[in-house]
Design a protein around this ligand. Structure first.
Ligand code: FES
Length: 359
């Protein structure tokens, strides 16, 4: 033991910080030490100690009962009927069981540590965290021997198959998540296909652009220079929440801005998709889908408040800063006979964040 301490002393004495390494200065705050020890009732009175022990195991048994009740409730209150009342009962009684189990377990553990376990304070001096050279060499030697004896490094077929088996063993768990995906139905034929779902919005040729959320159509002449308007397809305002109002709005929402036509240079913009300096871009950030709602009139920059991606409206909403990987998709627009702004078509690419089939 004395020999080991000497070796540590020697290592500490010979250690020198390398250039650029921060060196801790002596701490000016004095250690206040531990507060004086106070004897507890359970230390002095054996009857109190017995009571405390009883309380602790009663709490643990209560926790056990809670867990058993949660399992029983799962069977006693099935949700297969799909009725809301059955789902409520199922959630309520399972939740009560699990809540009781966890609460009683926690209270029992706290009471055990505070009233029954020894409460003597121990001071354990810290030792150097770096192992001694001999220990480190020993560890390397042990690993080398284990490798030698198991043949892990030598038997490449076994090693490769083990790694493949380990990696594959987590895949069934991941695959089961597929079960959470919605199924196709007659009413929603693409419900189970996220790629198709994300690739289309409700915009159609001739559909009027309308104020969000009133649904009031927008005339090109009413749009002032420098303005930015939050826009939805006019028919969206008629949809109820039950008919998928939010789902459709989340994809179709658009920001409409009016610039001077000369602020949209032809080499950076598709002018056929704009009308007299008015352009419409998806409001859904191409990073992770936050609403890009801040428009800087002077610079023509759109800012996403979530992670500060910036898009330049005068250059087809190209990304000029931040983590977004793609420009905001543009909605081709024009005006109808009455001067109202209308879509020429749906977006020509999926809106929102990139996913596995679209980068
Ligand atoms: S969601 Fe827009 S920058 Fe992250």
């Amino acid at each position: 033991m004395a020999h080991e301490e000497d070796a540590l002393e020697h290592e500490r004495a010979s250690w020198k910080p390398s250039p650029g390494l921060a060196v801790a200065v002596p701490d000016p705050v004095q250690n206040p030490g531990l507060p004086p020890h106070r004897t507890r009732v359970t230390d002095q009175d054996p009857a109190a100690m017995k009571r405390a022990v009883r309380t602790v195991y009663t709490l643990f048994y209560l926790s056990l009962a809670g867990s058993i009740w949660a399992i029983a409730a799962y069977m006693l209150f099935p949700i297969e009927s799909g009725r809301i009342i059955d789902i409520r009962h199922n959630n309520l009684f399972i939740g009560l069981g699990i809540g009781l189990a966890l609460l009683a377990l926690g209270l029992g553990a706290i009471h055990w540590s505070k009233a029954v376990m020894s409460d003597k304070e121990f001071i354990e001096p810290r030792h150097a965290t770096r192992g001694r050279d001999t220990t480190r060499e020993g560890a390397v030697e042990a690993l080398r021997e284990a490798n030698e004896e198991s043949g892990f490094g030598r038997r490449t077929a076994i090693r490769g198959s083990l790694i493949a088996a380990l990696a594959a063993s987590i895949l069934p768990g991941i695959t089961l998540f597929r079960g959470l995906a919605p199924e196709n139905s007659e009413a929603h034929p693409d419900a189970g296909n996220p790629v198709a779902l994300l690739s289309r919005t409700m915009w159609e040729p001739g559909m009027r652009l309308a104020h969000d959320p009133s649904g009031e159509p927008i005339r090109a002449a009413d749009l002032t220079l420098g303005s930015a308007v939050h826009v939805i397809p006019a028919p969206l305002a008629e949809l109820s929440h039950h008919d998928g109002y939010l789902e459709e709005k989340a994809k179709a929402i658009v920001l409409l801005m009016r610039l001077l036509p000369e602020q949209l240079p032809a080499e950076h913009n598709n002018l056929e998709w704009a009308y007299d300096g008015i352009v419409a871009y998806s409001k859904v950030c191409t990073h992770v889908g936050c609403p890009v709602a801040l428009y800087e009139q002077q610079t023509h920059h759109l800012l996403c408040p979530c992670h500060q991606s910036q898009f330049d409206v005068s250059r087809s909403a190209a990304v000029i800063f931040g983590p977004a990987a793609r420009p905001l998709p543009q909605l081709p627009i024009t005006v109808d006979d009455e001067g109202y702004l209308v879509a020429q078509s749906d977006f020509h690419e999926p809106v929102g964040p990139s996913f596995w089939e679209r980068h």
